[in-house]
Write a protein that binds this ligand. Structure first.
Ligand code: F6P
Length: 326
């Protein structure tokens, strides 16, 4: 008699990130190839609680590797934060006899996944999917590289008009608690200043540096600020710098533009690799872990550590950014 196929469910959760589709594609194809039945959960934890599963095969993930967003849809679920919501989700997984739950998301989604692993008798495996890159246990998260390139595209455009008009600009990028996008975009975009939650922000000192730059012959400037910086965001910084220098600072808030768009090759490859590795992790019996890539090697990190341990910014790059802005 044939043994019944093992079953896995894949879900995208929290803020979408470019490359989530590539990860789903990889999980579905690798899973089916390994003899598993693969189901997609729609609308994140909301859909899990409501039992919104679809069976997936290689053709259900055709033509998505290059698309942003997520074909499974996503959500930020308040209901899953409650014990009642998690119990309902567990029942839905049991009803469909799911053995493994693969979730692509960020730290909020992983908090939920960790709690699920405590009450449900199946394997829970996370894949890092967030533009913020703020998860410990992987050098890059799926979507980060695309978001940085989107931000860079915007900075390059703003520089053209800033230089043409000899104007000062402040661009606000995403990152409520993390400055990874801002630091990378600032260095690659040649910004004069980068203001991020991980470091102290001194607007008086910045105003002095801006004025000194003018004296050295600078005609325009670009300041990058992460949305979570202590200065209160681009408008607050522009207001304060105006008070301090009398100059106008134009503001651009890039917002959710950074979350969309076709993933870069870096994100597509990372998503494909981690999708395959997550299926391997399921087959090997792992649970309550995130798969990641560190120094080119796939690895596991307990879900709890992905948010409890702090991923460090590249401090060399941070120091260098100040020198390169002179
Ligand atoms: O977590 C990714 C992220 O894009 C953050 O950078 C940002 O602060 C947040 O999501 C915005 O969330 P929402 O789309 O729910 O407003």
């Amino acid at each position: 008699m044939n043994k019944p196929k093992k079953r896995i469910a894949v879900m995208t959760s929290g803020g979408d990130s470019p490359g989530m589709n590539a990860a789903v594609r990889s999980i579905v194809r690798k899973g089916v190839n390994a003899g598993l039945a693969v189901f997609g959960v729609q609308r994140g934890y909301e859909g899990l609680i409501d039992g919104e599963f679809i069976e997936m095969g290689p053709r259900s993930v055709s033509d998505i590797i290059h698309r942003g967003g997520t074909l499974l849809k996503t959500a930020r679920s308040q209901r899953f934060r409650t014990e009642e919501g998690r119990e309902k989700a567990k029942e839905k997984l049991e009803k469909l006899c799911i053995n493994g739950f693969l979730i692509i998301g960020g730290d909020g989604s992983f908090h939920g996944a960790h709690k699920l692993s405590k009450i449900w008798d199946g394997q829970v495996i996370g894949l890092p999917g967030t533009i913020d890159n703020d998860l410990y246990g992987t050098d890059l998260t799926i979507g980060f590289d695309t978001a940085v390139n989107t931000a860079l595209y915007a900075i390059d455009h703003l520089r053209d008009t800033a230089e043409a008009h000899e104007r000062f600009f402040i661009i606000e990028l995403m990152g409520r608690h993390a400055g990874f996008i801002s630091l990378m975009a600032a260095v690659s975009g040649g910004a004069e200043e980068v203001l991020i939650p991980e470091t102290k922000t001194d607007l008086e000192a910045i105003a002095r540096r801006m004025e000194a730059g003018l004296k050295r012959g600078k005609k325009s400037c670009m300041i990058v600020v992460a949305e979570g910086d202590e200065c209160g965001g681009a408008y607050a910084a522009a207001q304060r710098l105006h008070e301090l220098t009398g100059r106008d600072y134009k503001v651009c808030i890039l917002g959710h533009v950074q979350r969309g768009g076709s993933p870069t090759s870096v994100d597509r490859v990372l998503a494909s690799k981690l999708g395959g590795f997550a299926v391997d992790a399921f087959l090997e019996g792992h649970t309550d872990v995130m798969v990641g890539e560190v120094n080119g090697q796939c690895c596991f990190t307990p879900l709890k550590e992905t948010w409890e341990k702090k991923k460090k910014l590249d401090s060399y790059l941070l120091d260098l950014a100040a020198v390169l802005a002179t």
